[in-house]
Design a protein around this ligand. Structure first.
Ligand code: SF4
Length: 134
């Protein structure tokens, strides 16, 4: 999926292309999937902020940290932060700031979730064994 910064421009494009596609009788099927995830239409980030959310090549660390902090400030006032974050974790999205988290921070969250799920599975297994031995 494209980053939500594309959503405002994409929504406008879809509206225009839908109206012309309907008249021409082509193209609507190709565009239908864009409505599948409407959460990003509420995104606070906009196309002209794309430079905040993705790293240019060979970005120095201090510049990266400053840029990511600015992106996170945009995310902090975003009404779809949780939806965005969960989307980026579920895919998982490998690059950019999504839902107020950098790619490295998302990897940490995913590792914690995997560890927790593993611990829960083990606890259930041990608990079931005790019931059987009972
Ligand atoms: S949480 Fe951040 S990246 Fe996600 S839609 Fe909102 S502003 Fe954009």
């Amino acid at each position: 999926m494209l980053h939500p910064i594309e959503s405002s421009a994409r929504s406008a494009n879809v509206a225009v292309r839908r109206s012309t596609a309907g008249q021409a009788g082509t193209g609507t099927q190709q565009l239908d999937h864009l409505d599948d995830n409407p959460w990003h239409t509420g995104a606070a980030c906009r196309r002209d902020e794309a430079g905040l959310f993705f790293a240019p090549s060979k970005e120095p660390t201090a510049a990266r940290l400053a840029r990511e902090e600015q992106a996170k400030q945009v995310c902090a006032r975003c009404p779809v932060l949780l939806e965005c974050r969960e989307h980026a974790l579920a895919q998982p999205e490998p690059y950019g700031v999504w839902g107020g988290l950098t790619a490295a921070e998302r990897r940490v969250v995913l590792a914690r979730r995997r560890r927790r799920e593993s611990e829960l599975r083990e606890a259930r297994r041990v608990g079931a064994g005790r019931l059987i031995a009972g």
